[in-house]
Structures are given as C-alpha cells and as structure tokens.
Ligand binder design. Sequence first.
Ligand SMILES: [Zn+2]
Ligand SMILES: [Zn+2]
Length: 116
Amino acid sequence: MSAENSNLRRVRCFNHSEREATARCPVCQSHFCRECITENNGVMICARCLSKSKKLTIWSRNMRELIFLSFMFMFSFFIMWSIFYSVGHIFSLIPEKYHEGAFINHILTKALEPKD
Ligand SMILES: [Zn+2]
Ligand SMILES: [Zn+2]
C-alpha cells in the first residue's frame, strides 16, 4: 500500500499534467487528481468511466424493459390466441343442425305439438 502511495506521488493526473494523481481509476487504469475522480458506490472512478457506466446502465435497463415488453406481448398474444381457439373449438362442437335452424324448428315443433 505504501509503495503504491509513493508511486502515486510521482504520477501525474491524466487530465492535468501539472497536478499529482491521488487515485487510480480501476476501470481505465489511468491516474487522476482529486478533481477528476469521484466516488461511485464506494468505488473511486474517473468521470469518463462514470459516464460510460451510466450509459451502460441506462442501456441495460432499456434492454430489460424491451425484453419484458416483448415477453408480455407474446404472452398476451398466446392468451388471446388460446381464447379464440377455444371459442372456435366450442362453436365447432355445436351440431350442424343448429346452424341450419333445425334445432330451433325441433324445439318449436315440440312446443307447438298438440298435447293429447
Ligand atoms: Zn476511468
Ligand atoms: Zn485532474
């Protein structure tokens, strides 16, 4: 640790050649001064890598939303398809006689039949 500290003292900031580096960015491995490096979730990271990681986070979040939405779309499509399929299947089970009006005629003739 002390060796690294003494080494940092000689190293200059990546952005400011006149300033001494105080920390090294763990992402890009470049040395930066106090102004150029910021803490993010307990990790000292340079501004450039921070903006990159933020973009990446936004992108991955958008990707997750897109995957979720497409999944929901497919799921709802499947649900709608199965509903229409079952309704169609139920209709196909109704005997043809019903469509021809024979079923109604049968009921009507039964009802109008003279009772003895
Ligand atoms: Zn960096
Ligand atoms: Zn700097």
